[in-house]
Design a protein around this ligand. Sequence first.
Ligand SMILES: [Zn+2]
Length: 396
Amino acid sequence: MRVQATLSFAMKVAPEGATRVSILLKTMRVWREAVRHVVDYVIRTRQTGLAKVHHALYRLLRERYGLPARLATDAIRQGIWIAKGWLKNPKRGRRPVIRSLWMVLTPKNSYTFKAHDEVSILTLDGRRTYKLCYVERWHGQYRGWKPKEARLVFKDRRLWLKVVVEHEVPLIEPEGILGVDVNYTNITMSDGTRLELNAFKRAHGLKIEAERIQKKHRKSWRYIRAVRSRIKALGARARNIIIDACRKIGLEAAKHAYKARRAIVLEDLTGLKEANRKGRTARTWRARLALWAYRELQKWIEWKAHLYGVPVFKVSPRGTSSICPNCGSRLRSMGNRRLKCPVCSLEGDRDLIAAINLGMRGAQATLMAPDANETPRAMKGKLKMGAIARPPFLTA
Ligand SMILES: [Zn+2]
């Protein structure tokens, strides 16, 4: 399976490299002019075919703007793409304006990695080499991945290189299915593994704190800078806490499935989104936070699972925490998040039952046999992460 990631590198600017950077910035400005030119042409003539636009503008971009061949071609492609997006949009407003400074780069043609922290970029003045800020802990994970399209971005007075990298991950041959139920305080898997999650609660606590401050300065909080920035900081911290926890839990869940050689089954949250749009759910802040956090967590589980070659399926969550996985009867609540079946007297934890139901639905959907030993037993407790063999592509 093909997996892609986007890597951001800040560009290192040595004092003696100032002219090299200015030629790069100049190239970006000229390229932006060229893209604007293409956008105007496409909108004016309604000509969106690459060959036709290329024929009409290529020489002009080369001669008037002095762009190297590859940069001219990329400007044409980008211009067509932007103009097409605008033409296709029935609710289009003013013509598209390209304000920010960025440039598209094509691997081998307009940029090449010379070393893991060194890149050669095509400019108006030929190819120039630039040093990148390389962080082993972060960028090192993607060593050996194949660089695809990149973007040079000038933002916050710094130059960034954003590279899409791609890797072919061998899919595992799953021997079973692992239902994963995402909750506010834990994620529970159908094999009885539970990962505690207190980040959502902590984030909620910070939001309550922010609301308390808002109430205290009911009329003025928007205008007092210190109060406003305090509220903003609390929000940012809540967000970071959640993303951080999601990343870690996503990794643990993926590793667990990889080790057990099982495909992951998640609940499909698209239905929840629909309900949200109609204003039926997620009115309270807590509900909105939970919805966003669930999606974030799912995103990370999926992403980490992809890195390990673990297949991920999504199934409808309807009724997963109210129907008996044994006989299909409606379960009764026993309090304390425990459920009991009045027909077959199966009894178990609500989250575990939901996870098992998800797993069974996934098994039906994929025609894979669910684990015969999987019944709602007592919790096995927290997952212990032992020495798990890393897949070969991560150690390389
Ligand atoms: Zn039953």
